[in-house]
Structures are given as structure tokens and as C-alpha cells.
Design a protein around this ligand. Structure first.
Ligand code: ADP
Ligand code: MG
Length: 695
């Protein structure tokens, strides 16, 4: 009989169903308390869980276990140990203890630490995160863990994410208490990340050094056809891609990942996958796994999955939409307009918390999505601009304006808008948002943060968002807890927040140049590149925010800033060196040979008949010869810029932005021109048209 999705969904995950079925009731209850309420776990429980996990995993064919973690390399890391232990009879038994489950000690010396840990202090440790389920990949039981230096400083994405979720939980509960919600045990952050990617043919990919080394094309004349016909978006999925998607879904479902939507995206060869949302922590782990599995499954289909933000010039790049909301453990979405005016007062307060957070910490949101790859997209009319703003939609905007001006609200209920609890109107959830140009859009009951790059971990964006909103809620709770009259104070607070922070609200077209000018006039920040924004991570207000909520220590922040800038520099230097290599060893020789062949053709024709003009050949040879000279000159210029880099990482990043990137652009320009002039058969690697329309 055919296995249905229902049968195998989550089959590779040690999830709640398995825990319930395999753990003794007392152990299960105690583990649940740890998962749901953050209660400390004792070793006897860990031992029992480890034994159950091992039996479950071994029965499924697992031979190894690993602590699976997310260092700041952008990808995941794992070190496998087998379960085997020698048995007295000369054979082996499969062993896995609570201690091995809870803590691991990988050598941390080769992971980025941004100066946190001198390399001789190589020890780091991984600590089990019981809020994310263990799973089996291949023959290995993977245990999601946090990764820290020996002194406890976070070296990964997960640790600050968990801390930020906790900060939000604490402050949101304070606010909910003021609304009489004393029974809420926990407030959780929910996230659904929509993932964009490209698929290209592996045989073509293999012939391009730039794709192999950097994940993007550094050269390439535009294809005669790009995305201008709008015929790819939601178009019929081609058989090879459909087969890929089918297998991808199966693999994700086995891992309990709720892959839900898939479709073709705007650019040729571009696609999207969206899962159903889950808690931010799981969503982060699952998004990392999704990216990894996408690449593995693609390889099985003779394809390569490109996750880089801008693999091709001239067509859209890839991003990730981070759909974010907060909810109580009972499942009440705190960003959902309620049924009653009273609920709406609570909703408006949470909405204001987000508005204030995004306005005050625009820079942190920008920083959270800053990478060399994503810099190509932001503001290039294919993704939101680098300026952060919020889209609310007409209805909500109307409500906020009415509150701000104490004016009657002419929306759905036509009632005078005042936050006195029983006169607040009921208004309907606005689902009209199709403004795809906003970086941060309210979409009915969640916010969609659209600035993330496709290759990014979603952790950092959610860390910043959670912490900034926690800070708003902290200030709101401080003010409201000490108010003599709650309702009056609430009304005043909402009104004041709208007044002070409405500059961040923009409902128009974010791709419009006029908006950038207006945004600057409003005093909004516009950090166009990673080099521009990253140093502001260490601005006093940002350090205060992140340290006061216990999300980062000062040392951790300094190290992250260093790592992110270093990453930017290294990425672009690798790209630049790849360009030098390709220009010098592939492009210039190819153009030179083609020029020589053309000259030989002309000479040959002249031998036959001295009177032939050979104008075509003569002009072409002149053009090609000039182009090869220019390629050589610009290659040398780029090389000079690379070797001139020195100084601290911030200066280096600035220099890369100001000198290296323009030199790369200049070299590309002349090489792409040469491609347009050179015979297809002489070009050393596959062209854009082949790559984009080759599957
Ligand atoms: P679209 O962006 O095309 O309107 P949807 O709104 O259906 O698509 O969902 C996009 C993503 O948002 C999905 O991953 C979905 O699970 C997620 N999502 C939906 N509701 C919430 C919510 N309350 N909190 C977080 N994510 C959500
Ligand atoms: Mg969306």
C-alpha cells in the first residue's frame, strides 16, 4: 500500500507524539515543563530522555548522534559520534547518556568568534535546546543545541534568539496582566519564513567558477529575454522542477517541516517555498534545514539550488519574508484585531509597541539583514529599499489617525474614536495588503519583514525584532502599572506613541525614488550597505537595548560586529579574486583567440582575393583588441585595489565599498561587452540565457 503523507509526516522527528509514547509519564511531564515553561532539567530526566531517543533513533537505523548547531558561519555545523561502546563480550552496545544529550564539547577554534576567544582557548560547548525537537538525518540523530565559548559567551545564532524570545515573553506578560490576563503562562514568537531560490542545471553550473566559488555570477551579458514578459511568476512548473519540489516536500515532511506553498517566482529559474509558521526557534532551525535539504535534493535531480541573494544581474534576486507575530500559550494572537473594543485596545497597544520598536531601532533591523549579497537587492527595485518603514493599510491607518487627533473614526463602525474602553469601535481586520514594496508590512494579523536575504539565517532579524518590541512593552508596562487610571493612561500612551513615531509609517510605493527623499526628510535612516550600517550595532542606544534585556553581552556584541564586517570583507574579496582569475585566465584569452581567429579569417580571404575589403573582420578585430587591453587594465586595477586593503575591519569594509566594488563593476562592464562581441562557440563558460532558461 502507498504510504500517505499522514503516515510519514514527522517520521524522522523525536516530537511530542514520540515523547509521549516512549517516555515514562513522570519524565514526559518534567520535560514538558522544561519545554513550555523553561524549568531546569535534572540529570535523571535527561538520562531517561537520552535512552528513549537512542532506542527510537537506533530502531530507525541511526548509528551516530551529533550536537547540531548554528555558528556564525551562516550554515549549520555538526560533529558525529557513534553510539557504539565496547561490550564485555567483545561486541558493542549502543550507548547514549543524559550527559551526552545535554552537553557537548566541540573544538571551537575554527568557528568565527570575533576575538571573543583566543584560538588557544579552543574549548567551546554545545548545550541541548529542548524546545527544538531532535531529528534523524541520514544515519545520524541530530540534537539541536546552542553553541557557546567556554566562558558562556554565545558563538551562535540560537542563543541570542532564545534570550530575545524570553525577553519578549517577560515584558508581554506584564502588559497582558494589566488587561486582566493573569492566566497567560507564556508569550511566544511565531514565524513563517517564505524562502526564495534559483535552480540551475548542474552541468552548466560546474562550468562557471564564479557560481562554484561565490554562488553568484560575477560576469554575464544579460539574456535577450529576462523577466519582462512576467510569464514565470506563478507559471506552470516544469517537470524537472516539479520532480524536485515533490521530493523536497517529502524530505521536509519527514522532518516535520510544514512545507505548504510552492510556486515559480518572478525571475526565470526562480522559485519559492513557504512553510506553515511555528515558534521562532523552530522556524529558525527548520529554515536552516530547509536550505540544506534544498541543495541536497537539487543535486539528486542534476540541479543546483542557488540561495545567494543576487545570482544574476538584470533579474530579481532572492529574499526571505519573515512573517512574525506574537501569541499566548493559549493561542491568542496578540497582533490580531479582536472582536470587542476592549480586545482592540489591547491589540492597539501591541501594535504601538511594534511601531515604536521599528522606529527606534530601524538601524538594528537594517543591520539584521546586512550581508554583502543582500546589499545588491535592497533598494534595487526588486526588494524593499534600505530605508525601514511600516505599512499599515488604510483601515488601521485611519484608526490611528483618529486616535491621534481625537477625531471621529469613519471606518467600519462609524463611531467616535476614543480609547475609553467601551466606546472604542470594532474594526475589521484589513486584508487588503498587496503592497509588496514595504519592508515591514502589517498583513492582517502579523507583520511581514521583507528585507531578509535568501541565504540569511532568520535568527538575527527575529532577535532584533523581539528585543526592540520587548523594550517598547517594558516602557509601556512601567508607565501603565503606575498609572492612577488605567484607561486614561492607556489612551494617552497610545496617542503619544502614534504622534511620536508616525514618521515610520508609510503606505505608498517603497520603490519610488521620491519616497527615499521624503524618508530622509522625515529623519529616517538610509544605510545603503553593510559597511554603512554594521558599525552602528555598537551605538550606545543599541548596546543599551541589547544588554539590558540580557540578549547580548557587551563582549558578544563587539564580537558580532567584527564577525559580520569580516564576513562582508571576505565575501567580496573572494568575489574580486575570482573575477581576476576568470578575467585573466578565461575571458581575456578567449577574446584574444577569437580576435586572432577573426584576423586569420580575414588574411585567408585576402589570400584568395586581395581586393576583398574585410571590413567586418577588421572592425571586429580592432574592437576586440581594444576590449582585451581594457580587460587587462581593469583586471590589474582591481588587483591593486585588493592588495591595497589594510587596517581594521571597519576601514577595510569602507574601502571595499568605495573602491573594490566599483573596480569589480568596471571590470564586469568591459567583460560583458566583450561577451556580446565574441562568438558563442569561443565563450569560455555558459551564458545567462543558458543558465536562466536551461532547466
Ligand atoms: P502571503 O504572504 O502570500 O499573503 P500567507 O499570509 O498565507 O501568504 O502566509 C505567508 C507566511 O506567513 C506563511 O509561512 C504562513 O504560515 C505565515 N503566517 C501566517 N499567519 C502567521 C502568524 N500569525 N504569525 C506568523 N506567521 C504567520
Ligand atoms: Mg508573503
Amino acid at each position: 500500500m502507498m504510504e500517505t503523507v499522514k503516515d510519514y509526516f514527522g517520521a524522522a522527528v523525536f516530537d511530542d507524539r514520540v515523547m509521549k509514547a516512549t517516555l515514562p509519564a513522570k519524565v514526559y511531564d518534567s520535560l514538558k515543563k522544561t519545554i513550555d515553561e523553561g524549568k531546569e532539567l535534572d540529570l535523571s530526566v535527561a538520562n531517561a530522555v537520552a535512552a528513549a531517543m537512542r532506542d527510537w533513533a537506533v530502531a530507525k537505523g541511526a548509528t551516530h548522534f551529533t550536537h547540531w548547531f548554528q555558528p556564525l558561519t551562516g550554515i549549520t555545523a555538526e560533529k558525529h559520534d557513534s553510539f557504539i561502546t565496547p561490550a564485555p563480550d567483545g561486541g558493542v552496545i549502543m550507548e547514549f547518556s543524559g550527559k551526552e544529550l545535554i552537553r557537548g564539547e566541540p573544538d571551537a577554534s575554527s568557528f568565527p568568534s570575533g576575538g571573543l576567544r583566543a584560538t588557544f582557548e579552543a574549548r567551546g560547548y554545545t548545550a541541548w535546546d529542548p524546545t527544538s525537537y531532535a531529528f534523524i538525518k541520514g544515519k545520524t540523530l541530530c540534537i539541536p543545541t546552542a553553541f557557546c565559548a567556554y566562558g558562556g559567551e554565545a558563538l551562535d545564532q540560537k542563543t541570542p534568539l532564545l534570550r530575545s524570545m524570553e525577553a519578549l515573553n517577560v515584558q508581554a506578560k506584564r502588559v497582558l496582566r494589566l488587561f486582566g490576563k493573569t492566566d497567560v503562562k507564556r508569550v511566544v514568537t511565531n514565524v513563517g519564513p517564505e524562502q526564495e531560490y534559483f535552480l540551475v542545471d548542474k552541468k552548466l553550473y560546474d562550468q562557471r567558477l564564479d557560481l562554484r566559488l561565490t554562488g553568484r555570477t560575477l560576469f554575464g551579458a544579460l539574456s535577450p529575454k529576462g523577466q519582462e514578459m512576467d510569464d514565470h511568476y506563478f507559471g506552470v512548473i516544469r517537470p524537472r522542477v516539479a520532480a524536485f519540489m515533490e521530493e523536497l516536500n517529502e524530505e521536509l515532511w519527514k522532518l516535520g517541516i510544514l512545507a505548504k506553498t510552492e510556486h515559480n517566482e518572478v525571475a526565470p529559474a526562480q522559485h519559492e517555498l513557504a512553510p506553515i509558521y511555528t515558534t521562532a526557534n523552530l522556524a529558525t532551525d527548520q529554515n536552516q534545514l530547509t536550505m540544506e535539504i534544498m541543495q541536497k535534493v537539487a543535486a539528486k535531480h542534476g540541479l543546483v539550488c542557488l540561495l545567494q541573494e543576487k545570482p544574476f544581474a538584470g533579474v530579481n534576486g532572492s529574499g526571505k519574508h519573515n512573517n512574525w507575530s506574537i501569541a499566548t500559550d493559549a493561542g491568542q494572537n496578540l497582533l490580531s484585531p479582536g472582536e470587542t473594543p476592549y480586545e482592540n485596545a489591547q491589540f492597539l497597544l501591541f501594535l504601538c509597541a511594534v511601531i515604536r520598536a521599528v522606529d527606534e531601532y530601524q538601524d538594528l533591523l537594517r543591520i539584521s539583514v546586512a550581508t554583502a549579497g543582500n546589499d545588491h537587492r535592497l533598494g534595487a527595485n526588486e526588494a524593499p529599499p534600505a530605508v525601514v518603514s511600516i505599512f499599515l493599510g488604510d483601515e488601521l491607518n485611519g484608526v490611528l489617525e483618529a486616535i491621534e487627533n481625537d477625531a471621529p473614526y469613519h471606518g467600519a463602525a462609524h463611531t467616535k474614536m476614543k480609547l475609553g474602553v467601551d466606546i472604542l469601535p470594532k474594526f475589521n481586520r484589513d486584508t487588503t495588503d498587496r503592497n509588496r514594496t514595504s519592508p515591514f508590512a502589517f498583513t492582517g494579523n502579523k507583520f511581514e519583514f521583507r528585507m531578509l536575504g535568501s541565504a540569511n539565517s532568520i535568527a538575527c532579524a527575529n532577535v532584533m525584532l523581539n528585543t526592540a518590541v520587548a523594550e517598547s512593552l517594558r516602557q509601556f508596562a512601567d508607565e501603565l502599572e503606575s498609572a492612577a487610571d488605567f484607561e486614561t493612561a492607556l489612551h494617552a500612551l497610545i496617542r503619544r506613541t502614534v504622534r511620536e513615531h508616525k514618521r515610520i509609517i508609510f503606505n505608498g510605493n517603497g520603490y519610488d525614488e521620491a519616497w527615499i527623499a521624503e524618508a530622509e526628510a522625515r529623519g529616517l535612516l538610509n544605510y545603503r550597505t553593510t559597511a554603512d550600517c554594521m558599525p552602528h550595532l555598537l551605538d550606545r542606544k543599541n548596546r543599551e537595548l541589547l544588554t539590558s534585556h540580557g540578549v547580548f553581552s557587551e563582549a558578544e556584541l563587539a564580537s558580532r560586529c567584527e564577525i559580520m564586517l569580516e564576513n562582508y570583507c571576505k565575501t567580496i574579496c573572494i568575489e574580486a579574486r575570482t573575477m581576476v582569475t576568470m578575467a585573466r585566465t578565461q575571458i581575456a584569452p578567449a577574446v584574444g583567440s577569437f580576435a586572432a581567429a577573426t584576423a586569420a579569417n580575414a588574411a585567408c580571404k585576402k589570400t584568395l582575393c586581395g581586393a576583398l575589403a574585410c571590413r567586418y573582420e577588421t572592425e571586429l578585430v580592432e574592437t576586440l583588441s581594444a576590449l582585451t587591453d581594457e580587460i587587462a587594465a581593469r583586471t590589474a586595477a582591481l588587483e591593486t585595489e585588493i592588495s591595497a586593503l589594510s587596517g581594521g575591519v571597519a576601514e577595510e569594509a569602507a574601502r571595499i565599498r568605495d573602491a573594490v566594488l566599483p573596480a569589480m563593476e568596471a571590470l564586469r562592464g568591459v567583460c560583458d561587452e566583450a561577451e556580446r562581441k565574441t562568438a558563442k562557440t569561443s565563450w569560455p563558460f555558459p551564458t545567462y540565457a543558458e543558465l536562466l532558461f536551461g532547466v
